[in-house]
Design a protein around this ligand. Structure first.
Ligand code: LR7
Ligand code: MN
Length: 569
């Protein structure tokens, strides 16, 4: 029996062609746009009814991987603590090295059965749901780069042991150019025993976004379910997500994400308590309390929560809808940004994101990213995030750009993604804020930002260092920093919580922490003057072209200042 299939072809070529096909598909399915198309129902009704499922593969799992005894380390999701002081020095060294390599305690993971049992702590009403309707089948896509063997296998066994296998079309492992030897032939041999697993490998390091696209390109199920390579699925995790998608194909559904401790691998199974949100200034994903409007809207404890964003790693989506929406942005590298891009795209282009309180998947949270990114992770994340801003955020992208003082760097070509947004006729970001995430904190509007350049001398306003400081006019260095300012709608010239403050008595300006009763509001006039609000004093440069003074406003060009950019009126 040909099992762990290796698929040969140039995967990236294939994907890029497919992405093009999707973007060029001008006739898009109009039913999909209306958000009411239902998936055909294929699987057999009576099979789904059984909560205790038989193995339709006809495999003897226990012969392939025997279960550990109930009191073995980590069983029932318990933590397993190894005291390093009890380890011989050689073992201790191994322990530390493994931690360093994976940013979780692989030493401990290796001691825990890859088929460990987990308790079922779902709320009773979730346990009471009977799935008696036929459900679509899913391809489960798991990308990995140098994942630890025991952790990867536990992810797979948690699927096999706790899902109705008749609902799983296949499990696709996408190896994103790992170098660990055990993930090559040994993994193939192992997976060949499990008829349901396919392995595909990228030909160079692609990053998780393009790796997922490779997984997509070989998937044959009606639904795609993405998982990270360090997860443990809890009993009943899959059926609720597939049910929601069977009812309405435009829903992307994520489970409650529980945590597996990176130290002792204990599984914490908390109930749903957060939804995904986003911070505009950093364009980053966060968890936020479930909004009141959402708890009030729901009518039953088994009803999903609508979530403004998704964490990104663990969710189900109809394969057809995923393609209709334009897959992922293949211009994104390694890690990050794709979760927000997907979130904004789903919501503004007619779909929705739900977190299902009955579905639980646990995930190993680590201190920091364990693997090599190839180059500076901050730059990669910034590039991906700017692509999100460029395509989806309209004028709200400036808040994020301000955060980088507009040094955007090379973020590549986004024209195809913009064309996609056009073609799908997605709503503006302001609609998203109003309708999907009205609780969003919107940073105060910035009217101007950048360098403040003196017209007479072509010198830049420079704060001259940390507050308190005496600002000067200096030759412009173009590096931002002390020469980067913002002019806010309320009249402050400010960086974070430090303001340009006028001292009326001495006729000078200082750079100081903003406080009450300071003269810190400026009127920036049409003829480029900074007038101290409520006075007739203007910011001026005098002696040596450097010293700043407050002088009675005049038409002198020494009182004229220009900003690098105007952002709003
Ligand atoms: O170059 C890479 N190639 C890969 O195949 C980098 C990563 N990967 C794999 C990796 O092995 C893992 O299986 O991609 C998966 C995700 O990478 P992680 O585990 O390093 O990501 P994370 O869990 O730290 O981060 C979250 O945000 C990411 C943003 O790009 C992805 O969306 C992750 O899938 C996502 N994880 C989750 O949503 C799980 C829940 C965590 C939360 C909150
Ligand atoms: Mn992860």
């Amino acid at each position: 029996e040909k099992a762990a299939q290796m698929i040969e072809a140039d995967p990236m070529k294939l994907i890029l062609q497919q992405i093009k096909d999707v973007i060029n598909n001008v006739n898009g399915d109009s039913e999909l746009n209306q958000g009411n198309k239902k998936l055909p129902k294929k699987s057999n009704e009576s099979e789904n009814k059984k909560q205790e499922f038989v193995n339709p593969l006809g495999l003897d799992f226990d012969a392939i991987e025997p279960r550990a005894s109930p009191d073995a380390p980590g069983e029932m999701g318990k933590s397993y603590v190894v005291h390093t002081r009890d380890l011989p020095p050689v073992e201790k060294e191994k322990y530390d090295k493994m931690f360093e390599q994976h940013q979780f305690n692989k030493y401990v993971s290796d001691k825990i059965s890859v088929r460990r049992r987990l308790p079922d702590k779902r709320i009773q009403s979730c346990k009471d749901v009977v799935f008696d309707k036929p459900l679509p089948r899913t391809s489960i896509i798991i990308c990995f780069h140098n994942e630890a063997w025991s952790v990867l296998l536990r992810t797979i066994w948690s699927i096999l042991d706790r899902s109705p296998l008749n609902l799983i079309k296949e499990i696709i492992l996408v190896d994103d150019f790992s170098s660990l030897g055990e993930l090559k032939k040994p993994l193939e041999d192992y997976m060949a025993q499990l008829k349901i697993v396919k392995i595909v490998r990228t030909k160079k390091r692609e990053g998780l976004i393009r790796a997922r696209l490779l997984g997509y390109s070989v998937a044959t199920g009606e639904v795609l379910t993405f998982l990270d390579s360090h997860c443990e699925c809890v009993f009943g995790w899959l059926e609720p997500m597939l049910t929601r998608i069977a009812e309405n194909q435009t829903r992307a559904v994520a489970p409650v994400i529980n945590s597996i401790g990176h130290h002792a691998f204990g599984v914490d199974q908390h109930e749903a308590r957060d939804v995904g949100i986003v911070h505009l200034d950093t364009l980053s994903f966060h968890w936020g309390l479930i909004p009141k409007r959402e708890t009030q809207r729901r009518t039953s404890p088994t009803e999903p929560y609508r979530s403004p964003t998704m964490a990104g790693g663990i969710f189900s989506i109809s394969k057809e809808y995923f393609a209709h929406l334009g897959l992922y942005d293949a211009g994104m590298e390694i890690w990050g940004g794709e979760n927000l891009e997907m979130s904004f795209r789903i919501w503004t282009c007619g779909g929705s994101i739900e977190l299902h309180p009955c579905s639980h998947v646990a995930h190993v949270f680590r201190f920091k990213s364990p693997y090599n990114w190839g180059r500076d992770p901050q730059l990669i994340l910034k590039k991906n995030t700017i692509r999100v801003g460029e395509v989806w955020l309209d004028e709200y992208r400036f808040h994020y750009y301000e955060n980088h003082q507009y040094r955007l760097g090379n973020f590549g070509d986004v024209s195809e993604r913009k064309a996609l947004r056009q073609r799908l006729q997605c709503k503006p970001f302001s609609w998203y804020i109003e309708n999907v995430y009205p609780e969003m904190t919107i940073p105060e509007p910035v009217l101007y930002s950048g360098e403040v350049r003196n017209v007479a001398y072509d010198q830049c306003l420079d704060s001259m260092g940390q507050a308190p400081a005496f600002p000067k006019a200096q030759p412009c260095h173009g590096l931002g920093g002390n020469e980067y300012f913002r002019y806010f709608k309320n009249g402050e010239v400010r960086m974070k919580d430090v303001c340009l403050v006028a001292r009326e008595e001495e006729r000078v300006v200082v750079w100081n922490v903003c406080a009450e009763r300071q003269l810190r509001f400026w009127d920036y006039t049409d003829d480029n003057h900074f007038v101290v609000r409520g006075t007739n004093l203007c910011l001026d440069v005098t002696e040596g072209k450097q010293k700043l003074k407050l002088n009675p406003c005049s038409s002198s060009s020494t009182q004229k200042w220009t900003w690098t950019r105007k952002l709003a009126d």
